[in-house]
Write a protein that binds this ligand. Structure first.
Ligand code: HEM
Length: 442
């Protein structure tokens, strides 16, 4: 039964729309290329400029898209649009999809994940978790983040000095941080990392059946793992970690249902590392490619905050998101009809020359860097933005202060995901001098 349900969900959500998108991309249609063609992403600046030249809101028969900062920002904050990243192409298909979804396989794009629900449910759940991610709460995690970062660097083998910056540092660091916030025992963290990596592709449109099946299996495993952990916490609910707090809130079903508890814990834990790993990896690659800017930061550590924002702007870890018009809406003189999906190209908005001078130049001292939309805007604005910024700042400062001779060791590879943009592998060494021939792909 569950594999038939999975096949139906895949067909409605990814298979049908995916076939249309791939066909359009093969014909060279720009919006379709921007969401499925990995080659287009080798040179995102060029593609984004072409998309922007199509006007404030570009469109094809199925979907609209915007690469303009002003329009993207306006739609993200507009109450006439809803977030439903896993929606099927029509209302009728959506009803079928809702009936087919297996509650044991609910992932980050399924309600009741915060990413897929609207007020008042969204407001109620967000309120229950916000306190753990306020600037004040986040500042309290700084010491632990620094200790985790140093502990990981202690494990670099001094005889070779070589390691994979992603696998050995950028990935485990945010996993450890979010696991500590949720009181997740150390022995299941590597499972969480694997599950998160396998499930992250569900954010992408046009997933193949094979990739979807692997992600679906991982999401089921993640749900089962959390169920076991939640049962443990229910037996001993006195802890002050965030999961214990949420379990106590769920004891009163009016505040949080069991499904809301599990779905949002899964989202928060996954969102806590699947994106931050990309921020740290993208930052290291960019700084190694701009040694003079790195030297400036090491001489003036006050610049790290702005540098992190510039990385978020220039090589955004979340490249795009989706909104659906809930009613007929007029934007930039164009009418968007109810039900129409609009792709918001966050990564492209962050290269909009009307907001950022010389947008395709990486400049850690850029004063407008913080105006990026890498964390979205409006009611779904990233809950973990402050945490991600702090983790990245501490991770980078600790890394480059400890290993000022850090250099690429062999060619980095990008992750295949389209919504999430980062490195799969970034082989580095602390022993040799930088090898200019191995500059990362743009
Ligand atoms: C560099 C790191 C990160 C980036 C680039 C990022 C980006 C984003 C973006 C773009 C959204 C909104 C999507 C939309 O509007 O459709 C979002 C939402 C969210 N993020 Fe992050 N994120 C990062 C780190 C984190 C961390 C560390 C957490 C940990 C708690 C987190 C938790 C969330 C949650 C729970 C939401 C959903 C919020 C809602 O819908 O109300 N994120 N993130």
């Amino acid at each position: 039964m569950s594999s038939m349900q999975s096949a139906l969900v895949w067909g409605l959500r990814y298979g049908l729309p995916g076939a249309a998108i791939r066909l359009a991309a093969r014909r060279g249609e720009l919006i379709a290329r921007s969401v499925v063609d990995p080659a287009a992403m080798d040179d995102p600046a060029r593609l984004y400029a072409q998309l922007r030249a199509m006007g404030p809101i570009a469109g094809n028969p199925r979907v609209s898209a915007s690469a303009h900062h002003g329009v993207v920002n306006q739609i993200l904050r507009h109450s006439g649009f809803v977030a439903d990243p896993g929606a099927a192409p029509t209302r009728a298909l959506n009803r079928l999809l809702a009936a087919a979804i297996d509650p044991r396989a609910l992932g980050p794009v399924d309600a009741p994940s915060l990413l897929a629900i609207q007020p008042p449910q969204h407001t109620r759940i967000r309120k229950l978790v916000t306190h753990a991610f306020t600037p004040r709460a986040v500042a309290g995690y700084a010491e632990r983040i620094a200790a985790i970062a140093s502990g990981l660097l202690d494990q670099v083998d001094p005889s070779t000095g070589a390691f994979d910056l992603v696998k050995d540092y950028a990935a485990p660091l945010p996993v450890a941080v979010i696991a500590e916030i949720f009181g997740i025992p150390t022995d299941i963290r590597s499972d969480l990392l694997r599950i998160g990596n396998e499930a992250a592709v569900t954010l992408d449109p046009a997933l193949t059946w094979r990739d979807y099946r692997a992600a679906d299996r991982a999401i089921r495993e993640g749900n089962a793992l959390l169920d076991r952990r939640i049962a443990e916490v229910r037996r001993d609910p006195g802890g002050d970690d965030l999961l214990s707090q949420l379990v106590r809130a769920s004891a009163d079903g009016d505040r949080l249902t069991d499904e809301e508890l599990r779905g949002n814990t899964l989202l928060l834990i996954g969102a806590g590392f699947e994106t931050t790993v990309n921020l740290i990896g993208n930052a290291v690659a960019l700084l190694l490619d701009h040694p003079e800017q790195l030297a400036g930061l090491l001489a003036n550590p006050d610049g790290w905050d702005n540098a992190v924002d510039e990385v978020l702007r220039y090589d955004s870890p979340v490249q795009l998101t989706l909104r659906i018009a809930a009613e007929d809406v007029q934007i930039s003189g164009e009418r968007i009809r109810a039900g129409r999906p609009v792709i918001l190209m966050l990564g492209a908005a962050n290269r909009d020359p009307s907001v950022f001078d010389d947008p395709d130049t990486f400049n850690v001292a850029r004063t407008s860097a913080h105006q990026h939309l890498a964390f979205s805007a409006g009611i779904h604005y990233c809950l973990g933005g402050q945490l991600a910024r702090l983790e990245a700042k501490i991770a980078l400062r600790t890394l480059f202060t400890r290993f000022p001779t850090l250099a690429l060791h062999s060619r980095p590879t990008r992750r295949a995901t389209r919504v999430l943009r980062g490195y799969q592998s970034l082989p580095v060494t602390v022993k040799t001098s930088p090898n200019q021939a191995l500059t990362p792909t743009p």
